[in-house]
Design a protein around this ligand. Structure first.
Ligand code: ZN
Length: 452
């Protein structure tokens, strides 16, 4: 259930309370911390409360690959992660269709831009590309229109995993009408809408996502349109699987029998796609928004400069009263834009990944703890911060030394501070909306926080 407590008058921002069928609660707007493999790196479960964590997002594809047959006896993510009261989401594996496929082959992030790619920016599609576009519908690895609007880091875990095997640049995904075939060490694995739903039921998150095809910012209009139609067809299959009678379920975690009433334990979110194209985003928003999902996520590619517009188009057809999640995007600027456009929850690796590499976020901007100015600094990490790291008396100089002496605790201290910072920032966003001060808050935050 989602209750909107207050709407901003100057924007589409809203603040509310999301209560899952299992009775777990998220105050929105909120930030989901990424726990890809059912653990948040450098943050033990017992410390999540100290870091003010409300929401975790785990990865269906990677857990499925990791667990294999153990999935059948998996106790559920809340038990496995030892966080019985924290709301957990799982993505559907749709992102890996992109990250292990086209994104990996061309080194492309979801916001746009090239990583380690032989495909240069600004190049028009060659005649061969165009011919391929026409003659091979349904195969993602042959379409590319490299018109990158810029580069922004996105979770490169999938790249890193495969870098170690020297398999970089190989597209591991083949897309068909039924789903996606992933090339793995054990041969080809198939993941489609039905199986993704079944796996997510077994993982047992509070919020699960429809299986979609996450496209690349490099894909052209023709391909985006075709992929969108596929995502829409898959959305309906996901709803049918989610709503099937209990007798047809392969797993019972989806249901509880209480006081004679069978109640679903998981909320299913549909995903809006459509790349950076206004008509496709609006079409998808209306189509997905009219299906009986419990909430909605906005996925796929966003241009660096078009991001706010893309978010606006993506929510234009969504029902006001249901929650909305922005997938894989979570810089401060993106949060402010997303909240102003009516997004309720976000997830991104920024707080955790940057912490492990020395990137520290504060209300005065971001700094790199490993850089020299911090060497003998007696300054606190952030003056006035109440996180356990800062409360412990950690200075920038101490953190500098820990990172440079390869002390594994450095990542833990930094991770605690960053997660606490992002969760504190979200609580300030909520406070501002609820007090009717969002516009003022947003202006100040943009000036102060966007120096990084
Ligand atoms: Zn702190």
């Amino acid at each position: 259930m989602f209750s909107i407590l207050k709407k901003d008058t100057g924007s589409h921002a809203r603040s509310g309370t999301l209560t899952t069928p299992g009775g777990r609660i998220v105050e929105t707007p909120a930030y989901a911390i990424v726990g890809t493999h059912a653990e948040v790196r450098c943050l033990p479960p017992e410390r999540m409360k100290d870091a003010k964590v409300q929401l975790i997002i785990a990865n269906t594809y990677h857990l499925w690959q990791k667990l294999g047959e153990k999935l059948e006896t998996f106790p559920g993510l809340h038990v496995e992660m030892n966080i019985p009261n924290t709301v957990i989401m799982t993505d559907s594996g749709g992102f890996q269709v992109f990250s292990l496929g086209f994104g990996r082959e061309h080194g492309v992030g979801k916001v746009g831009g090239i990583r380690n790619s032989s495909v240069g920016t600004g190049r028009s599609p060659s005649p061969a590309d165009r011919a391929a576009l026409r003659s091979h519908p349904g195969e993602s690895n042959i379409r590319r229109i490299p018109s990158s609007p810029g580069f922004r880091e996105f979770p490169p875990d999938d790249f890193l995993i495969h870098d170690e095997r020297n398999m970089r640049d190989k597209n591991l995904v083949r897309i068909t009408e039924e789903g996606a075939y992933f090339m793995t060490d054990n041969g080809e694995s198939f993941l489609g809408p039905k199986l993704s739903m079944e796996i997510q039921e077994k993982l047992g998150a509070d919020i699960i996502l429809a299986f979609d095809e996450c496209t690349s910012p490099e894909h052209d209009y023709v391909y985006q349109k075709e992929a969108l139609a596929r995502t829409h067809r898959w959305a309906k299959i996901c709803i049918d699987v989610h709503n099937r009678p209990k007798e047809l379920s392969t797993h019972s975690r989806q249901w509880v029998d209480g006081s004679g009433e069978r109640k679903k334990q998981q909320m299913l979110y549909g995903i809006v796609q459509g790349g950076i194209f206004e008509d496709l985003r609006k079409e998808s928003s209306h189509y997905i928004g009219n299906l009986p999902f419990d909430g909605f996520a906005i996925g796929g590619s966003f241009g660096e400069t078009q991001m706010r517009d893309v978010i606006g188009w993506s929510v234009s057809g969504l029902p006001e009263e249901k929650p909305r999640h922005l997938l894989g995007i979570g810089k401060i600027e993106d949060i402010l834009n997303g909240v102003a456009e009516g997004v309720d929850t976000f997830d991104c690796v920024i707080p955790t990944r940057e912490a492990r590499h020395g990137g520290i976020w504060t209300h005065e901007g971001r700094f790199d703890a490993k850089k020299n100015p911090n060497k003998n600094s007696k300054e606190p990490i952030e003056a006035g911060c109440a996180c356990p790291t800062c409360a412990h008396g950690m200075t920038r100089g101490m953190l500098f030394n820990m990172f440079h002496s390869k002390d594994i605790k450095a990542g833990e201290y930094a991770t605690m501070h960053n997660i606490f910072f992002f969760n504190t920032f979200m609580s300030e966003v909520r406070g501002a909306i609820r007090n009717g001060m969002f516009e003022e808050f947003e202006k100040k935050a943009r000036v102060k926080l966007l120096k990084q």
